[in-house]
Ligand binder design. Structure first.
Ligand SMILES: Cc1cc2nc3c(=O)[nH]c(=O)nc-3n(C[C@H](O)[C@H](O)[C@H](O)COP(=O)(O)O)c2cc1C
Length: 251
């Protein structure tokens, strides 16, 4: 068994948590590196790995934009490398894994296995905080992860496993439409904001900057709506959709 690479994009932290969980289990036995695609070292070389594990959050029924951009931007690998693709979703990921598989296959990362893990819904808890289901991961998530990584380690195949198109994916059309055409306003509550700049530093797209008076502002044309800024604000000074400050956020 050679070297394993665990690569992920996480908006708020669910995918990161799962990737780290996998890493801590595997590092006891295998040579494994873990990277967020936001912090890849210079001269990073995927080809030195023998197995890949790649994770992304689901944003409007597709892998998150930074993951898609990363995969589009890299050169096709000179040799096929087997990959376990995993996504986290809040409710229902529709054809996300299928889209993800296609992106990877194009780059010679062969999706030999895939899994979707239902986690807290980073959008749902802001839009409908009263729905309890949005706040929790699926039952027995850790056990499923353990089972999946054991299976992937044993798997010795280069046969792509691309999920079939699900006809009922059409039911998710309004969700996709919403993602493309609607943006909920992100409110800044000046009285709560301590101008710590955490939201600016954390933004995966560098879509935030300080205004002249020190408060953050968002360039929504770059923003991918991951809502990391809202969930990670130490003072709950940002809110989505409503002028009321959120009582609770994730993380
Ligand atoms: C803008 C936005 C759109 C989302 N769209 C979907 C979706 O279409 N289907 C789904 O099941 N979850 C969706 N989610 C929920 C996330 O996929 C889920 O909470 C995921 O675990 C977040 O992972 P992260 O914390 O690593 O970013 C969405 C979240 C956001 C912020």
């Amino acid at each position: 068994m050679g070297r394993i690479l665990l690569l992920y994009f996480s908006g708020v932290g669910n995918t990161k948590r799962i990737a780290e969980n996998m890493y801590f289990v595997l590092k006891q036995t295998y040579e494994i590196d873990i990277y967020s695609i936001e912090k890849l070292p210079a001269n990073f070389d995927i080809e030195k790995y023998d197995k890949l594990m790649i994770g992304s959050s689901t944003i409007h029924s597709e892998p998150a934009k930074p993951m898609k951009q990363y995969l589009e931007g890299i050169d096709k690998l000179s040799k096929p490398i087997p990959a376990f693709l995993f996504i986290t979703c809040g409710l229902y990921s529709e054809n996300t894994l299928r889209v993800f598989s296609r992106y990877c296959l194009d780059k010679n990362m062969i999706p030999v296995m895939h899994s979707a893990y239902r986690c807290s819904a980073t959008d749902g808890v802001l839009l409908a905080p009263g729905i309890r289901r949005f706040w929790h991961d699926e039952k027995n998530l850790e056990r499923r992860i353990q089972h999946d990584i054991k299976k992937f380690i044993k798997l010795n195949s280069l046969q792509p496993e691309i999920p079939h198109y699900k006809w009922y994916g059409i039911l998710n059309f309004p969700n996709k439409w919403l993602g493309k055409h609607m943006r909920f306003k992100i409110y800044l509550h000046n009285r709560k904001c301590i101008k710590c700049g955490k939201c600016i530093k954390n933004c995966p797209m560098n879509a935030m900057d300080k205004t002249g008076d020190g408060y953050p502002e968002i360039d929504r044309s770059i923003c991918i709506n991951c809502y990391r800024c809202i969930h990670h604000c130490p003072k709950k000074a940002l809110s989505l959709f409503s002028k009321k400050t959120p009582k609770k956020t994730l993380h």
